[in-house]
Design a protein around this ligand. Structure first.
Ligand code: F6P
Length: 360
């Protein structure tokens, strides 16, 4: 067992409801084990600029369980290894600076809470010698190796509520309404919110769609007397013979920014179906607000388990949810992979059997 007296905690990548619940659990469990916690601000920036870190005591995390966002701040930028770091003390190679600050701050380990990007950076630092443990975070629920991530349930609940609201106005006007949800490379939010909200069509990245097939489904609904239809589309869904809807191309290590899937779909569907069509983009609303009870619980379990792994010297691992347990899995097995919706997932099958169209 290593001697652990002081650890750092950071949050990186896009925020997700439940980040604060993880931080709170880390601080409370570590403090009960006589371990000091240093909160590192804005992801690894807290290990670059000395003034961007602070001690976190249980008092500092009181009341944050129910808050969205992250008290530590976060950044979602491209590959940080690519650029040198300019500080008042001089210009440094990014990774050398982080390694040096880790030593100077006398940290014994790090807990890195983040998505694929942050876990990838963390893995690089682990290979360079920083003892650390990863905690998976993303509302998209697409991190490989864990059945769930906190933030997903909150995003699905919000999107479901939005779809419920859109039903009444769609029905009143006999319209098609297309709702765009997040989900860059995996359609978990679209699938779960679509089913929970009773959508008629669900378009996900895993199943390229054909709008003619969608129109056939919508016509059947009309023939059966339905006055409206709800189409849920993941931002990363694309037509069989088309491309992703991209707002900004990938550059310098940044992933491409997606957007426009709902508009493209609604414009075309309106013409093909000959019905009034509107679209709504839920966007970052899905990332805001208080985490659900499920997400608070999962995030708390992740935080506690991460501290336990640190105390046991289980470094280079990510806490993964394998119900009913949380287990450590090697970061090397996680990074660079995406957990897609399996096409034989029972929820896909059930939705199909109930008449939901996936546009294929
Ligand atoms: O990965 C989570 C996510 O919310 C994606 O669904 C979305 O495409 C992306 O982040 C948006 O990132 P940003 O907040 O940097 O625009």
């Amino acid at each position: 067992m290593p001697t652990i007296k002081k650890i750092g905690v950071l949050t990186g990548g896009g925020d997700a409801p439940g980040l604060n619940a993880v931080i709170r659990a880390v601080v409370k469990t570590a403090s009960n084990a006589d371990v000091t916690v240093i909160g590192l601000e804005d992801s690894f920036d807290g290990l670059i600029y000395p003034e961007r870190s602070r001690i976190l005591t249980p008092k500092d995390v009181t009341g944050i369980l129910r808050l969205g966002g992250t008290i530590l701040g976060t950044v979602n930028r491209g590959n940080p290894f690519a650029e040198p770091i300019v500080t008042p003390e001089g210009t440094f190679d990014y990774s050398e600076r982080v390694m040096q600050m880790f030593q100077e701050m006398e940290l014994d380990a790090l807990i890195c809470i983040g998505g694929d990007g942050t876990l990838g950076i963390s893995y690089e630092f682990y290979k360079k010698g920083i003892p650390l443990v990863g905690v998976p975070k993303t509302i998209d629920n697409d991190i490989y190796g864990t059945t769930s991530c906190f933030g997903f349930d909150t995003a699905v609940s919000f999107a479901t509520d939005a779809i419920d609201r859109l039903h009444t106005t769609a029905e009143a006007h006999r319209r098609i309404i297309v709702v765009e949800v997040m989900g860059r490379y995996a359609g978990w939010i679209a699938l779960h919110a679509g089913v929970a909200g009773g959508a008629d069509v669900i378009l996900i990245p895993e199943i390229p769609y054909d709008l003619d097939k969608v129109v056939t489904c919508l016509r059947h609904r009309d023939e059966r007397g339905a006055r409206f239809s709800i189409v849920v589309v993941a931002e990363g869904a694309r037509p069989k013979d088309g491309n992703l809807s991209i707002l900004e191309e990938a550059h310098a290590g940044y992933a491409e920014r997606l957007g426009g899937a709902a508009k493209a779909c609604a414009d075309e569907l309106g013409k093909l179906a000959g019905k009034e069509t509107r679209y709504v983009v839920l966007g970052h609303l899905q990332r805001g607000g208080a985490p659900t009870a499920f997400d608070r619980t999962l995030a708390t379990r992740f935080g506690g388990k991460a501290v336990e792994l640190v105390l046991r010297g289980q470094f280079g691992k990510m806490v993964a949810n394998h119900p009913p347990e949380l287990v450590p899995i090697p970061l090397g097995e996680v990074v660079g992979r995406t957990k897609m919706v399996p096409l034989d997932y029972d929820l896909v099958q059930t939705a199909r059997m109930m008449g939901v169209s996936f546009g294929d």
